[in-house]
Design a protein around this ligand. Structure first.
Ligand SMILES: [Fe+2]
Length: 259
């Protein structure tokens, strides 16, 4: 439903019901039979391994370590999603230059994978200008990764207006890690409202692994039970976080491999 703020038909990806609920409760768990998370998903569509542009990798060495770690998890394609928000002066043009330079470093290091460049847009006071000046850096075609501020809480009508503008401009918003937005979970209707407003949802794999605390894990499982996530991303910021992905297995199918 391109360009519509209403998507009443939520995607159903796999069987639901008691067996799916049980799987979601039991997973993530380690099983020698389960493929690694990268083999399952094929494409990581949210990560901060592009060096020197945000709070992710701070050097080529760190960026390479993160890429090698993701390759070891079985991913075949990695999409960098540096932050674009008021705190950083990132623009698509400048990010492309940083990306092209780093790709030469990656190839020189003998790493043979597919790479892409998108961005993670904060829906803050500066976003409208990015939307107007466009084009936005997208995951593929018109899919744009967006996030909400933990400090600058917006009420649902304001968010819906922004999401409407995004879709009016021809983009499909993919909401990064909705399970992390505690404030919006206090009234679950807000999360429903984001889905109603046409957002696709992206789960942070680390949320399932407990990196953000028990409450976030609980919220992630609730959204998994609703089958409201279309994508899973690592949101990797440092090589240290790679340890969180070894024991993860996912019981649903997601749309990552289409990116
Ligand atoms: Fe991120």
């Amino acid at each position: 439903m391109k360009n519509s703020i209403y998507a009443h038909q939520y995607p159903t990806q796999t069987a639901s019901g008691p067996s799916q609920l049980l799987k979601n409760l039991l997973l993530p768990f380690f099983s020698s039979n389960s493929p690694q998370i990268g083999q399952q998903l094929q494409v990581d569509m949210h990560a901060h391994w592009l060096p020197g542009v945000d709070d992710g990798a701070q050097s080529d060495r760190e960026g390479l370590e993160m890429i090698r770690g993701l390759a070891a998890l079985g991913y075949r394609k990695l999409i960098a999603t540096p932050h674009i928000k008021t705190q950083y002066e990132n623009t698509p043009k400048m990010l492309k230059e940083f990306f092209d330079r780093f790709m030469k470093v990656v190839r020189k290091a003998g790493i043979d994978m597919e790479f892409g460049l998108a961005a993670e847009y904060m829906l803050d006071e500066g976003f409208e200008a990015h939307l107007k000046s466009g084009p936005l850096l997208t995951l593929k075609e018109n899919y744009v990764l967006v996030e909400l501020s933990h400090h600058n809480i917006q009420i649902l009508p304001a968010l819906q207006k922004t999401l409407f503008q995004i879709q009016l401009a021809g983009y499909k918003p993919v909401m990064a890690h909705p399970e992390r937005y505690g404030y919006y979970f206090e009234n679950f209707k807000t999360i429903e409202g984001l889905k109603d407003a046409g957002c696709l949802f992206q789960l942070n794999a680390m949320s399932l692994a407990g990196y953000e605390g028990k409450e976030v894990t609980k919220r992630a499982r609730k959204l998994l039970d609703q089958e409201w996530y279309e994508f899973v991303g690592t949101d990797l910021h440092t090589p240290r976080q790679l340890n969180y992905f070894n024991k993860l297995a996912l019981s649903q199918k997601f749309q990552n491999r289409d990116l």
